[in-house]
Write a protein that binds this ligand. Structure first.
Ligand code: UDP
Ligand code: MG
Length: 218
């Protein structure tokens, strides 16, 4: 069984003042129970609300937390990329900051990594609290994408996943500017394993994935 010395949790944050503290506490509780050390790496993607002040306070109180701050809003994929690039862990877990990806799934992801899988991705069994439009566009989009691609991109899978360091290094070496992080590990190869989970409602606040951002990602 593989041993993990350090797990890096990468959390992109854009105007999440309403959920940040609650989300930090839940992530922290899950990570403390893991059989390895951890760091939490927040990337503030140009928030205009009180998110940065909250992050500064968390960093002050917990030495295992680091935070990067963007000069403006660059977008979710770029925020996650910056977090991955500065992560030190042998495994990296990408998770949304709004608790839609339940941190309680992380131990199961780590267990699959210990068994030898290099990418363990969260597969949404259901989506709570999202409107019919979002569900329909997401479902149609992932199915269309799958038919169009030459390699297997898993269905109903977002960016919530665990990535082994060597896969993260391959991703970091890829020169694309317009990054599609949930497709890149599939392209890179390596052994992949899904873990099913129920996508939760946002703990609070509105989505920051506007229709324009969704179209751009697509
Ligand atoms: N996010 C970000 N930059 C953006 C939009 C979103 O860093 O421009 C973050 C956001 O704070 C959250 C995650 O990316 O942690 C997913 O965004 P959101 O919850 O708004 O999207 P949805 O879950 O509705 O698709
Ligand atoms: Mg969300």
């Amino acid at each position: 069984m593989r041993e993990c010395a350090l797990l890096s949790l990468v959390v992109p944050v854009y105007n999440e003042e309403e959920v940040l503290l609650q989300s930090y506490r839940r992530m922290h509780d899950v990570l403390t129970a893991l059989p390895c050390d951890f760091e939490i790496l927040y990337v503030d993607d140009g928030s205009r609300d009180g998110s940065w002040a909250i992050l500064e306070e968390i960093v002050r109180q917990d030495e295992r937390v680091r935070a990067l701050r963007f000069s403006r809003n660059f977008g979710h994929q770029i925020a996650v990329t910056a977090g991955m690039d500065s992560a030190d862990g042998d495994v990296i877990v990408i998770i949304d900051g709004d608790l839609q990806d339940p941190p309680e799934v992380i131990p199961e992801m780590l267990a699959q990594w210990q068994r030898g899988y290099d990418v363990v991705y969260g597969k949404r069994r259901s989506r709570e609290g999202e409107n019919a439009f979002k569900k329909w566009t997401a479902s149609a989009y992932y199915r269309f994408l799958r038919r169009m691609s030459a390699y297997e991109i898993p269905l109903d899978t977002g960016d919530f996943r665990l990535i082994d360091r060597k896969v993260a290094e391959v991703m970091a070496s890829m020169p694309e500017h317009n990054r599609f992080l949930r497709g890149m590990p599939a392209w890179a190869g390596f052994s992949q394993m899904p873990v099913a989970y129920e996508r939760q409602s946002r703990a609070a606040g509105p989505t920051h994935y506007t229709l324009k951002k969704m179209v751009r990602l697509a």
